[in-house]
Design a protein around this ligand. Structure first.
Ligand SMILES: NC(=O)c1ccc[n+]([C@@H]2O[C@H](COP(=O)([O-])OP(=O)(O)OC[C@H]3O[C@@H](n4cnc5c(N)ncnc54)[C@H](OP(=O)(O)O)[C@@H]3O)[C@@H](O)[C@H]2O)c1
Length: 313
């Protein structure tokens, strides 16, 4: 049994010429590896007995050297903008050429738009879905043939509490993570007969600066700054709320990284795995409360809700 547990879950017959393959040092491909959860995970993976393909957008590659991470015989650092088909193809071709394929694919790269539905343009919608949904599914598609041949492999998609519940001003983000969750659930059924394990990791609030990377649409940015805009209170209160909770959160990117490593080592990883205590709480509330009651309670708890909308008489 190797450290990352390949093939041990494979309850189907493994041809003898694949026994040696089952013992090979696993190849882990990570997206969005140069910051936040991705960088924390890169650091942890460096200590694991595996070969690493750390990827980031071309402009972010210098961050690896700044973090003391360099190419070696077991570390490949490659440019990968997950929205670009040709870069996805080049990355998987290089993985196949160098190390005969990918054993663990971790789709971590992600962005979060903040905008009410009325302020979302077609271009915003496409960009959000390209990074958080189309990109990961495109990479999975290219990675699967080799995993199927091997009859082993792991796919870990970093989702979010936003993939189990939606909050105002986060429609785009939730749409992308709900899409990722739905497709990953289908995938779980489809590839299990090939011995491939699939998991959605769901972090909630994390003590990190990633809210600083939040994208505003052109319309939502100007609305948030315009005192006369009917949605200004939505942005004001939601932004403050998210920033405050991220600042107070006890979970760090490194805690999520540790959680992912635990999933990689697990003999029977679950389809969904909450990575923070608020993720467990929301999953529990969604399961137990009748939907109508849940939405009513959440609405009443929204920060500063009495100030949202037109002025009250
Ligand atoms: N932080 C949280 O509270 C939280 C909570 C729940 C879920 N998550 C999820 O966790 C994952 C990591 O987020 P994080 O908190 O670590 O945020 P982060 O610090 O903003 O990191 C996001 C990473 O994604 C990369 N990225 C963005 N667009 C990309 C593209 N087109 N191609 C390739 N890489 C791209 C970024 O690279 P650049 O530096 O080049 O932009 C960055 O490395 C995301 O999927 C996010 O949705 C985060």
């Amino acid at each position: 049994m190797n450290l990352l547990g390949f093939a041990q879950e494979n309850r189907y017959e493994v041809p003898t010429n694949q026994v040696a393959e089952a013992n090979r040092q696993p190849v882990v491909l990570l997206t969005g590896a140069s910051s936040g959860i991705g960088l924390a995970l890169s650091r942890r993976l460096l200590k694991e007995p595996c070969r690493l393909i750390l990827t980031a957008r071309e402009s972010s590659l210098p961050r690896f050297a700044a973090a003391g991470i360099h190419e070696s015989d077991r570390i490949a650092i490659l440019p990968l903008d997950v929205t670009r088909l040709e870069e996805r193809k080049a990355t998987i071709e290089e993985a196949n050429r160098r190390w005969d394929g990918v054993d663990v694919l971790i789709n971590n790269a992600g962005v979060a738009f903040r905008a009410v539905c009325e302020h979302v343009t077609e271009a915003d919608r496409v960009e959000q879905l390209n990074v958080n949904y189309h990109g990961p599914m495109g990479l999975i598609r290219l990675t699967l043939p080799r995993m199927r041949e091997r009859r082993s492999g792991r796919i870990i998609n970093i989702s979010s509490v936003g993939g189990m519940m939606a909050m105002p001003t986060m429609a785009l983000y939730s749409a992308s993570k709900f899409a990722l969750e739905g497709a990953t659930e289908s995938l779980w059924y489809e590839v299990r007969p090939f011995g491939i394990q699939v998991t959605l990791v769901q972090p909630g609030f994390i003590r990190s600066d990633s809210f600083k990377n939040t994208r505003y649409s052109a319309l939502s940015r100007s609305a948030a700054e315009n005192p006369g805009d009917p949605y200004r209170a939505h942005y004001l209160h939601m932004s403050r709320f998210i920033e405050r909770y991220m600042g107070r959160a006890r979970t760090t990117p490194d805690d999520v990284a540790r959680h992912v490593i635990k999933i990689m080592r697990s003999r029977r990883p679950p389809l969904r795995s909450g990575a923070t205590s608020d993720a467990h709480l929301f999953a529990w509330l969604r399961r137990l409360l009748p939907r109508g009651l849940y939405h009513e309670a959440l609405y009443r708890c929204l920060p500063g809700i009495r100030e949202w909308g037109p002025p009250r008489d």
